[in-house]
Design a binder for this molecule. Structure first.
Ligand SMILES: O=C(O)CCC(=O)C(=O)O
Ligand SMILES: [Fe+2]
Length: 219
């Protein structure tokens, strides 16, 4: 959908809107070198789950999510307009989908969090820039994006200026590793800021299903 080569209007390298690779217009960045470095540690897989698989996951998740209230009250929270749960036991169909996520993200034998994190962002919800705790999460974060597209922005922790935007299409899988996970923060843009390569990416309610590995005992 998004055309590369459009002005971004933010950060360095204004007006260049750099794409990661021809034909894969899912990543752009403020600086070619930064984009190159980060894109080695980011994987984006469009249509990782089918509409039927998405529906199966939602059937399983909706009853427990509906019992929770969206959290909105604290302006300084990293996440705004969300409800969340963790789940270790899944039905057969969902388990098979999650196994595909794990196989895509982690090496065989990698120690993973048994709890899968489910984050439900309302249409007005957003996630501010943060780096996932190194105490609880290892070097890889793998998220399935359900119900809505969105833009994930990775911002350099070193200069807070350089950034890379990821277009997260509905039903995609994203994987952040190494540099993208540790030396860049990540955020999900609010609906009013949700643009990719100058094109609007309307945000709706969005559910992410996130698998993480454990920090290595070597630290
Ligand atoms: O919703 C997402 O895909 C990201 C969630 C996130 O950054 C987090 O829970 O730490
Ligand atoms: Fe995070």
């Amino acid at each position: 959908m998004a055309a590369c080569g459009r002005a971004l209007g933010l950060g360095r390298g204004l007006g260049r809107g750099l794409c990661s690779a021809p034909g894969r217009r899912l990543m752009l960045g403020s600086d070619p070198a930064v984009l190159e470095r980060v894109s080695r540690d980011v994987e984006l897989r469009e249509e990782f789950v089918s509409p039927e698989e998405e529906a199966a996951l939602l059937r399983e998740l909706e009853p427990s999510l509906k019992r929770l209230r969206y959290q909105r009250e604290h302006w300084d929270q990293a996440i705004h307009g969300y409800r969340e749960t963790e789940r270790s036991r899944w039905g057969e169909e969902s388990e098979a989908i999650l196994q595909r996520v794990r196989d895509a993200a982690f090496l065989p034998g990698a120690e993973q969090l048994s709890m899968v994190h489910v984050l439900d962002l309302e249409k007005e919800g957003f996630i501010r820039a943060h780096v996932d705790s190194v105490k609880f999460c290892g070097d890889t974060i793998a998220g399935l994006c359900l119900l809505s597209a969105g833009v994930m922005r990775l911002v350099s922790e070193e200069d807070k200026i350089n950034y890379v935007d990821l277009l997260l299409q509905r039903r995609c899988l994203y994987i952040l590793r190494g540099t993208a996970r540790y030396t860049f923060s990540h955020q999900i843009l609010a609906d009013k800021e949700s643009f990719f390569a100058g094109e609007r990416v309307p945000r709706d309610r969005r559910i992410s299903v996130i698998c993480r590995n454990l920090p290595s005992s070597a630290g």
